[in-house]
Design a protein around this ligand. Structure first.
Ligand code: SF4
Ligand code: SF4
Ligand code: FES
Length: 283
């Protein structure tokens, strides 16, 4: 029987390193199976978080050969078993022990998302919605809160300082779920722009690539939210009136320069806000 070499990160908040374990290969296993075998036979004190072993609880997130993945959904057969397989904890979050990280950051962000706020019911006690509106938000309900998208997002992965002003892709999905709900009456657009760092996302799509639920995080959540945030801060009618008024009255050079700044209403949005630039270009 052939042997697999697994390199598991062992340590805690004070530091650690990869340790090598050799286990017999067995057919049909996922990474979590092998980690459990190591725990049962060679490393009884190995810390690993898991629950459902079915890709539904979002607990077993880790970095397998450097890529954020669910260990219970990663088949050993799809990995290059002629080389050591490395398993590391998610890098974006502080380490508690071995493969277990402290994901409290996410729960703190969750508390800051204004909740669903439905309007009063119809006189007959019901709500009315179009099926297509319900279908659109359905994709976002699939999120299992594995936080792999948060792990891969470069805005916070290597920049702890950004966490105070950035919600991250998982929560942009949550915002989209609420904002696109046909019955929701809360308006979270300014909050997204000013406190949740929506403008810091530059649509690299890394989060979409790692999502085990295949949610189109960037295309279906983040980009529509960016468009909505632009709508909240940009009044096209006022912009057109300013533009017409300026054309009618030729300005001296200095005034023209100042006016050019004033007529850039979205300039306060964070760098990389492509939608803001697009909206401006269209106008
Ligand atoms: S698309 Fe935005 S949210 Fe997703 S990983 Fe890139 S920067 Fe982060
Ligand atoms: S959006 Fe996808 S990657 Fe992000 S937490 Fe939800 S399921 Fe995980
Ligand atoms: S153990 Fe539940 S998602 Fe892996």
């Amino acid at each position: 029987m052939s042997e697999i070499i697994m390199r598991l990160w062992r340590g805690d908040a004070n530091g650690g390193s990869f340790q090598e374990y050799r286990v017999p290969a067995q057919e049909g296993e996922v990474v979590l199976d092998v980690v459990h075998r190591i725990q049962a036979t060679q490393a009884g004190d190995l810390a690993v978080r898991w629950n459902c072993k079915a890709g539904k609880c979002g607990s077993c997130s880790a970095e397998v050969n450097g890529k954020p993945r669910l260990m219970c959904m990663t088949r050993m057969a799809e990995l290059p078993l002629d080389q050591p397989i490395t398993i590391a904890p998610m890098r974006t979050f502080p380490i508690m022990k071995d493969l277990v990280t402290d994901v409290r950051f996410n729960f703190e962000v969750a508390k800051r998302v204004p909740p669903f706020a439905p309007p009063p019911r119809q006189p007959d006690g019901t709500y009315r919605m179009f099926q297509e509106d319900i279908d659109r938000a359905q994709e976002f309900h699939k999120c299992i809160e594995c936080f792999l998208c948060q792990d891969v997002c470069h805005v916070i992965r290597d920049h702890e300082e950004n966490k105070a002003r950035y919600a991250g892709p998982r929560f942009f999905v949550r915002f989209a779920e609420l904002e696109m709900h046909p019955l929701d009456t809360n308006d979270r657009r300014l909050l997204l722009k000013e406190r949740m760092g929506l403008g810091m996302c530059n649509i690299t799509k890394c989060c979409t690539e790692v999502c085990p639920e295949e949610i189109h995080i960037t295309d279906n959540a983040i980009i529509p939210l960016k468009e909505r945030a632009v709508d909240a801060t940009y009044d096209p009618l006022a912009f057109i009136i300013r533009k017409i008024a300026r054309r009618k009255r030729p300005l001296p050079a200095e005034e023209a320069q100042a006016s050019a700044i004033v007529t850039t209403p979205l300039s306060e949005l964070a760098d990389g806000h492509g939608d803001a630039k697009k909206a401006k270009a269209k106008a």
